[in-house]
Write a protein that binds this ligand. Structure first.
Ligand SMILES: Cc1cc2nc3c(=O)[nH]c(=O)nc-3n(C[C@H](O)[C@H](O)[C@H](O)COP(=O)(O)O)c2cc1C
Length: 190
């Protein structure tokens, strides 16, 4: 698949069939992640491929807790109708873990380490595009708090669970979210 087609046609998938994902496909997706750019090529990411149902249940419980908390805190009514059952039904979840010690020169700058998160985001986008090109559905998921997720995934406190990628065979075709015309978002300094 042409990269422009993949970028345009990829959609967030929130409904998965229960069938398992081929290990070769998971490997291809992880290799795509590894080709992402990173500050000083430090590759500040680690991946945990989760298929264990007990761990997935714990992740789901944390997501529900986080959603209820967010609903109360924000008062956003749409959150009440936002169903996160896909966290339970996705056959694979890939946790993307970032290492702030591998952030490049920004470690010494005013705002501190952010480059490692940007690099993880680049890796995640590669994964989403690779999944789409392989005919799989994927979702960039962040409804969780860092400490409970560290505990569930047994991650060192110095590392950051950046996102969970829910992955599987899509159940139906996700609806396309509209985009603003990029002209509204662009200015030129000629
Ligand atoms: C940093 C980031 C965090 C996101 N977190 C969530 C999430 O927790 N739950 C969710 O359903 N979608 C999440 N998304 C997906 C967005 O909702 C989605 O990309 C956006 O609505 C556009 O839809 P599309 O991906 O189908 O084009 C996240 C996306 C990004 C980039």
């Amino acid at each position: 698949m042409d990269v422009f087609t993949a970028m345009k046609e990829r959609r967030s998938c929130r409904s998965f069939l229960p069938e398992p994902v081929d290990e070769d496909m998971i490997e291809k997706i992880l290799k795509a992640a590894a080709w992402a750019p990173s500050p000083l090529n430090m590759q500040p990411w680690e991946f945990i491929v989760i298929t264990n149902s007990e761990v997935r249940t714990k992740i789901f419980a944390e997501s529900v807790r986080c959603k209820e908390w967010a609903l109360e805190k924000s008062g956003w009514k749409w959150l009440g109708g936002y169903k996160i059952d896909f966290v339970k039904s996705a056959p694979v979840i890939i946790a993307v873990i970032g290492d702030s010690k591998k952030s490049g020169v920004d470690m010494f700058m005013e705002e501190g380490s952010t480059g490692y998160q940007h690099a993880c985001a680049a890796a995640i986008q590669n994964m989403l595009l690779a999944a789409h090109a392989l005919g799989l559905g994927a979702l960039w998921f962040t409804f969780f708090d860092k400490n409970p997720m560290r505990e569930i995934l047994d991650i060192d406190e110095k590392k950051t669970p950046v996102a969970l990628i829910c992955l599987g065979t899509p159940d139906g075709k996700p609806t396309a979210m509209p985009r603003k015309d990029v002209k509204e978002k662009t200015s030129y300094m000629r």
